[in-house]
Design a protein around this ligand. Structure first.
Ligand code: NAP
Length: 262
């Protein structure tokens, strides 16, 4: 196929902000690759100085120089993000929030031992930050658009060691519904992808994560684990015109594991 016969990408002409790129294994990176393939103009946001060098290399590969440091727990960082995006004058069409954090010890000991501090930290970074990000970006989306976050089955079922993060994901999924109701009249859709377990830096913090991968490969209807590219393609769907009727949804991309009883 020559350049002239190339089909337009599903995100051609769209400006997209992707938060949560830490390294090549981040789901946010897989999503950025898919958005680039579909023609989106990318902004990438990462937490802070520690990731800057890595993210600069990844951004170059993705053909973007639009990089922003943003710790989502810091209102000043969110304000800077908003100002940087606003200074471009281009409307924003798609935002992906691919961010979560809980203390390693809270992902290893019984849930009942979760400290107040650990509980609130997980809620702040993993759930409230979606609200804060949505508030910062919604005024930059005058043409409407899509906000997508990443959740996991531990929001609605007990998954060993997921603990405090499961409770944070339950809050995140509720935030998706309330934000979808608030922002729907502006044409902004809000959804979550509930991804199957995938080996990433965050996942490695969960005790016995390998046994979760094994259980999925053995019992999921598709008898395998989830590929990051499948999550990324679902994110393209939600951000594109194809997803125009979808809001307030939790879309499972997990090889079907969540439907299984025993
Ligand atoms: P990841 O690469 O570690 O991504 C998590 C991202 O959150 C990192 O970029 C991390 O930055 C960022 N982050 C943490 N605290 C932050 C803060 N205060 N401000 C800004 N960014 C912050 O792991 P991932 O698996 O791709 O996770 C992405 C999302 O997918 C998360 O919401 C996760 O819960 C969800 N998810 C993952 C799986 C899985 O099995 N991997 C399954 C379902 C859902 P630092 O690295 O700098 O801390």
């Amino acid at each position: 196929m020559n350049e002239n016969s190339r089909m337009p990408g599903l995100l051609e002409g769209k400006n997209a902000l992707i938060l949560g790129v830490a390294n090549r294994w981040s789901l946010a990176y897989a999503i950025a690759e898919a958005f680039k393939r579909e023609g989106a103009r990318l902004w990438l946001a990462y937490q802070g100085e520690r990731q800057r060098q890595t993210v600069e290399i990844l951004a170059e590969e993705l053909g973007t120089r639009r990089l922003l440091a943003c710790d989502v727990t810091q209102e000043a960082d969110l304000e800077q993000l908003r100002q940087a995006l606003r200074s471009q004058a281009d409307p924003l069409h798609a935002v992906v929030h691919s961010i979560a954090f809980a203390r390693r010890e809270d992902l290893a000991r019984p849930f009942i031992e979760t400290s107040q501090e650990g509980f609130l930290l997980a809620q702040h970074v993993s759930a409230y930050s979606l609200v804060a990000v949505a508030r910062a970006v919604a005024p930059l989306m005058p043409e409407g658009g899509s906000i997508t976050t990443l959740s996991y089955l531990g929001a609605v079922r007990v998954v060993p060691n997921y603990n405090v993060m499961g409770v944070a994901k339950a809050a995140l999924e509720a935030c998706v519904r309330y934000l979808a109701a608030d922002l729907g009249p502006q044409g902004i859709r809000v959804n979550a992808i509930s991804a199957g377990p995938i080996k990433t830096a965050s996942a490695r913090a969960i005790k016995d994560f390998a046994s979760v991968l094994d259980a999925v490969a053995e019992r999921a209807p598709l008898r395998r684990n989830t590929d990051p590219a499948e999550v990324a393609d679902a994110a393209v769907l939600l951000a594109s015109e194809l997803g125009r009727g979808l809001t307030g949804n939790i879309l499972f991309v997990d090889a079907g594991f969540q439907i299984m009883g025993i």
